[in-house]
Design a protein around this ligand. Structure first.
Ligand SMILES: Cc1ncc(COP(=O)(O)O)c(C=O)c1O
Length: 376
């Protein structure tokens, strides 16, 4: 049987990993500054993470959400202490797209409206068709019945935003804390404020997609916390499980739950919660926020000494390094010659880095040296 060929891949097969490094079958060592699409938050194979999952696996690995699963409450308790959203409710699922799918559906249920405001170059996942082929009107929100109807606004375009809100039937506005795949653009605090006020005025649910930018990736627990606003729903995934598939949404208490409104077989399973608890413990115990902030300052200074760099976008350890030429060849050379994984984005001139948040200055120095060498 062949694999369904949807991914352009590097011809590298990884067999083990430790911290910020991954290894192929020949024991070739690569510095991982991409974390498999920004997933690795606390480092590959962190012993606390591995032990937590192994211990859980030996106790019980799965039962469905038809029984009490106390480790879900344990996870919610830990998240309430660090997220800045202690009074919100938590719904657990398995991936980023699923988190957003649930967030949008919930916004549509709550407002009984169906259109969505989103932003140019935004990326929120690839699902949505499943419910259209499910024969159960009770679990189909207005948004699903009509099909997605989205108004795309240019990031930080205040006039465009105002105009979009004047459209009838808007249930939600969805925005990334910092855009990932789109190329590291982000809303200004003033724009986020305006978005929050318009959502209040027009009774629209504000969804902050923190799937890539959350869990201290930018130095704040959620990227939007660099501004004063609060979201109604926050979607999470990627760094949440450090490689164990896990997603979730934080939900404002004004949005009420009812049996059957949302649901999932695997969401909130014992292993994911064990992985998630370990991630939260490591993030606090290893002073990760401080490491991210320090390295952000340090790397920006270092990158200034490279004349080919036009601009550094993003925040914390979610950075886009913009050149005045396409980075495809540079990225390939960094991987095959310098043995460093980096990422790309929709902007062909932007090299993206999303290292494990446990990366050190010494690791990043290797990257700076390699970059200088490749650009000679
Ligand atoms: C901001 C954002 N939202 C949603 C998603 C979708 O997540 P997943 O691939 O887990 O479905 C991604 C994935 O890259 C993302 O970066």
């Amino acid at each position: 049987m062949n694999l369904f060929n949807v991914y352009p891949r590097f011809d590298i097969a990884l067999v083990k990993a430790k911290g910020c490094y991954v290894f192929d079958a020949d024991n070739e060592k690569y510095l991982d500054l991409y974390g498999g699409h920004g997933v690795i938050s606390v480092g590959h194979n962190h012993p606390v993470h591995v032990n937590a999952i192994s211990k859980q696996l030996n106790a019980i690995s799965f039962y469905s959400n038809s029984v009490d699963i106390p480790i879900q409450e344990k996870y919610a308790e830990k998240l309430s202490k660090v997220s800045g959203y202690a009074d919100y409710n938590l719904f657990l699922c398995n991936s980023g797209a699923e988190a957003n799918e649930n967030a949008l559906k919930l916004a549509s249920f709550h407002t009984k409206k169906s259109k969505v405001i989103a932003f140019k170059n935004g990326f929120h996942g690839r699902t949505s068709a499943a419910l259209n082929v499910t024969d159960n009107a009770k679990i189909s929100a207005p948004l699903n019945k009509k099909g997605a109807d989205t108004l795309f606004v240019e990031m930080n375009d205040t006039k465009g935003l105002q105009k979009a809100f004047e459209t009838e039937d808007i249930c939600a506005a969805i925005i990334e804390g910092v855009q990932g795949v789109g190329g590291l653009d982000e809303p200004t605090p003033q724009f986020l404020n305006m978005l929050r006020n318009l959502c209040d005025e027009y009774k629209v649910v504000l969804i902050l997609d923190e799937i890539q930018s959350g869990f201290l990736r930018t130095g704040k627990f959620f990227a939007h916390q660099a501004s004063e606003i609060k979201a109604d729903i926050i979607s999470m995934a990627k760094g949440m499980g450090n490689g164990f598939p896990m997603g979730g949404i934080l939900i404002h208490p004004k949005i009420k739950a009812s049996y059957g409104l949302l649901g999932t077989t695997f969401g909130g399973n014992y292993l994911a919660c064990a992985a998630g608890c370990a991630v939260l413990d490591i993030l606090s115990e290893e002073n990760i926020a401080e490491n991210v902030q320090n390295l952000d300052t340090w790397i920006r200074k270092e990158l200034k000494s490279i004349p080919q760099i036009k601009k550094v976008k993003g925040r914390g350890l979610m950075l886009g390094i913009e050149f005045d030429f396409p980075i495809k060849e540079l990225r390939t050379k960094l991987l095959y010659d310098s043995k460093i994984f980096t990422g790309a984005s929709m902007n062909p001139n932007l090299l993206r880095i999303l290292p494990p948040l446990t990366v050190t200055q010494a690791d990043l120095s290797l990257f700076i040296q390699a970059l200088k060498q490749q650009l000679l």
